[in-house]
Design a binder for this molecule. Structure first.
Ligand code: G
Ligand code: G
Ligand code: MN
Ligand code: NA
Length: 248
């Protein structure tokens, strides 16, 4: 692939950076964490979306280095934030096959960040391949104090068995359900997931909240936390502190 060649260089040159989207607790109305999202500023092509380059990085194995970089960078940047604010990092399936624990430990140690400030977001696809090994890895990460969220819940090949089998702290309901939450069917699904979360001791995050109406509905369905353009787009690291101050 055309991007493969460029990507190797780009990691070295520092052409990748992270942006951070706040996650808000609905009851307390405070920011609990920021999700780190990768961006690539290509010298000729401009900004390239992770939807384009992550799949290429996964196919070529470059995601192992890129993912380790993202973990290290997010942990480093989070050390500048107040202690109660966590950072969430997306991890790819491929990283599980390449010593994710070591990347996580070295990111935490390198930054001097306490493990309980880090959250990993995994998707169902990461759980399908070699589930025994993934379960063991997730248990060891949690034993360090790292939290685990199941991302994009409800898409893909769900998934109720995953909830029983894997040790999640949170479930993030995919934004396609939130987009349609004014419709009874989508609302019923959100409500059912909230019920599951309560029974299983997992908190529920609604992703992609864009309107005040959607916010009212996710609140009334019982979601614990929200994330979406209504609160903020993903922000450059330099704007995180100002965002936190503006919400006080
Ligand atoms: O930021 P944006 O909404 O454009 O992200 C598009 C997709 O890319 C999302 O599915 C998101 O989870 C994924 N993504 C963004 N940053 C990372 C990252 O650092 N690692 C992995 N594995 N996926 C990411
Ligand atoms: O797959 P994951 O949940 O990690 O994807 C995060 C992606 O969702 C990012 O690309 C981010 O820019 C995008 N996103 C975050 N909030 C919203 C929103 O309110 N609406 C839409 N359409 N996308 C959002
Ligand atoms: Mn995510
Ligand atoms: Na998601």
């Amino acid at each position: 692939h055309l991007l493969t060649f460029d990507m190797k260089d780009a990691i070295r040159r520092g052409d990748f950076h992270l942006v951070y989207q706040p996650v808000i607790d609905l009851a307390a109305e405070t920011v609990t964490s920021f999700e780190a999202l990768m961006r690539w500023r290509h010298p000729e092509r401009g900004l390239i979306s992770p939807m384009e380059f992550i799949p290429v990085a996964e196919e070529t194995g470059l995601i192992v280095a890129l993912g380790a970089w993202a973990l290290a960078e997010a942990c480093r940047e989070a050390t500048a934030w107040p202690d109660e604010i966590r950072v969430a990092v997306n991890v790819s399936t491929v990283q599980f096959q390449h010593d994710l624990e070591r990347s996580v430990s070295s990111a935490l140690d390198g930054a001097g960040l306490s493990a309980d400030r880090l959250k990993l977001e995994v998707t169902e696809s990461a759980l399908m391949r070699d589930p025994e090994r993934v379960v063991a890895t997730l248990h060891r990460l949690r034993a360090l104090g790292v939290r685990i969220a199941l991302d994009d819940f409800g898409t893909g090949y769900s998934s109720l068995s995953y909830l029983r089998r894997f040790p999640f702290d949170k479930i993030k309901i995919d934004r396609t359900f939130i987009k349609d939450i004014a419709e009874p069917d989508a609302a019923a699904i959100v409500r059912a997931v909230v019920g599951l979360g309560e029974r299983l001791g997992m908190s529920i995050v609604a992703e992609g909240v864009e309107t005040a109406e959607q916010l009212d509905l996710v609140r009334s369905e019982g979601c614990d936390e929200v994330q979406g353009f209504l609160f903020s787009r993903p922000l450059p690291a330099s704007e995180v502190q100002a965002f936190l101050r503006s919400r006080r």
